[in-house]
Ligand binder design. Structure first.
Ligand SMILES: NC(=O)c1ccc[n+]([C@@H]2O[C@H](COP(=O)([O-])OP(=O)(O)OC[C@H]3O[C@@H](n4cnc5c(N)ncnc54)[C@H](O)[C@@H]3O)[C@@H](O)[C@H]2O)c1
Length: 334
């Protein structure tokens, strides 16, 4: 088992704490959290997790970067072979988010392979169900099984409801909600045949409450929770569990751009300056003061322990549930 520390994502110093996620009586893993000089939490994995997913076949959508990449690497570290799916192209030209690239997807692949497991990748748009179905068939033919689906790909943009144009609404619903349902519809049939499977979908804390100028995103992510609970009911008799990861505000390309800083400032009742650096710093302060654990942007690697747990046999009695990793923001939601 590789334990070469290749996934150590961030160095840090100062205060060190440990978070242990227990799986039954066994410890799934240990994560060392460090608080760097800017006060932001980041993660350095310090101990081996054990190969609790040894030989499993895991699909990760949105694998080129961010939460998808971190989780793909963690699944690999736990012994799963990983198939990464990503569009690697502009999705919403109206959003301020930089598109992911093929080079980033390949880089995820290198990180996965360095864990001693197999990697395959597919560049496709999850709005395209036939493409997803072709990928599923290819994967099943090659690996003979599909155990885990982390349906994670998504986009975000902000528009006030009354200024919204049709594409602003449709693209977020189509990519986030329909695309996630497409991934389930493409891969779950193989899990049904196996009478076993684990499906984890990425929703959002903005799918647990309303979002200023973010109605399409909130609606899409709220919809994913309804999708997850319905799928849990329909697929449970086939030994398939379906759950949601609920991230808070995570440090990825999705949240690190001017449009997102402006939205954070508007929520705080402030007027954005239009200068990216100034607004970023102001957003950092606004987000940090609002965060229960004092973290403006959470490291994406903090999402992975929940996904690995939900993908493991230890979680066989967990289905229809939401697991929040929000730095405390969950305390504000019912
Ligand atoms: N970053 C956050 O604060 C945050 C918070 C809550 C939920 N989320 C959710 O987490 C998931 C991952 O987001 P992230 O923060 O890692 O962002 P990200 O932009 O870094 O990663 C998202 C990935 O999904 C891919 N993707 C987008 N549309 C696609 C499509 N139609 N088909 C295939 N791939 C597509 C992108 O190319 C990108 O690589 C998203 O569903 C997002 O809504 C993020």
């Amino acid at each position: 088992m590789p334990s070469n520390g290749k996934q150590q994502l961030t160095t840090g110093s100062s205060v060190t704490r440990r978070g242990f996620l227990a799986v039954g009586s066994a410890a799934l893993g240990a994560v060392s959290l460090t608080r760097n000089l800017e006060g932001q939490m980041s993660q350095t994995r310090t101990e081996a997790w054990g190969r609790i997913l040894n030989g499993k076949v895991a699909i990760v959508t949105g694998a080129a970067r961010g939460i998808g990449r971190s989780t793909a690497v963690a699944l690999a570290h736990s012994g799963a072979n990983v198939i990464g799916i990503d569009i690697c192209a502009v999705v919403d030209p109206r959003s301020g988010v930089e598109p992911a690239t093929r080079a980033e997807l390949d880089q995820t692949g290198e990180m996965v392979k360095s864990e001693g497991v197999q990697w395959r990748s597919f560049v496709l748009d999850q709005r395209d169900l036939p493409s997803l179905r072709r990928a599923a068939e290819n994967i099943n033919t090659e690996f003979g099984r599909i155990d885990i689906l982390f349906a994670n790909a998504g986009i975000q943009a902000f528009r006030p409801l009354l200024e919204m144009e049709d594409p602003d609404w449709h693209i977020q619903i189509d990519v986030n909600l329909t695309g996630t349902a497409n991934a389930l519809r493409a891969f779950a049939p193989y899990m049904v045949k196996q009478e076993h499977g684990r499906i984890i979908m990425t929703t959002s804390t903005q799918g647990r409450h309303g979002t200023l100028n973010g109605s399409a995103y909130s609606a899409s992510k709220w919809g994913i929770i309804g999708l997850m609970k319905s799928a849990a009911i329909e697929l449970g008799r086939h030994g398939i569990t379906v759950n949601c990861l609920v991230p808070g505000l995570i440090d990825t390309a999705l949240t690190r751009h001017e449009e997102r800083y402006e939205q954070a400032l508007q929520v705080a009742g402030r007027t954005p300056s239009g200068d990216k650096a100034v607004d970023e710093e102001a957003a950092r302060k606004a987000l940090q003061s609002k965060s229960i654990l004092g973290v403006p942007w959470i490291d994406p690697a903090e999402m992975a322990p929940v996904v690995v747990f939900l993908a493991s046999d230890a979680a066989r009695m967990v289905s229809g549930a939401t697991y929040d990793v929000t730095g405390g923001d969950s305390a504000n939601n019912v």
